[in-house]
Write a protein that binds this ligand. Structure first.
Ligand code: F3S
Length: 66
């Protein structure tokens, strides 16, 4: 059975590299200061791979995908 996913961004670790957004623009957005904003709520199945790739792209490991 498929488990729904959720993204958490540790705002104390995010330092605005924007790699998450560059890798997976359907899942991540940046705020006006260039810090990541996650997709709000549960991730649809078709975005699950993109969510993981975006998390892996972050050099600060600020993104958790559960
Ligand atoms: Fe922040 Fe990492 Fe994205 S530092 S902007 S969460 S690549």
């Amino acid at each position: 059975r498929f488990r729904l996913m959720k993204i958490t961004i540790d705002t104390t670790k995010c330092s605005g590299h924007a790699r998450c957004w560059a890798t997976s623009p359907d899942v991540f957005e940046l705020d006006d200061d260039g810090y990541a904003l996650a997709y709000d709520g549960e991730i649809p199945a078709e975005l699950a791979v993109a969510a993981r790739e975006g998390a892996l792209a972050c050099p600060e490991r600020a993104i958790a995908v559960e």
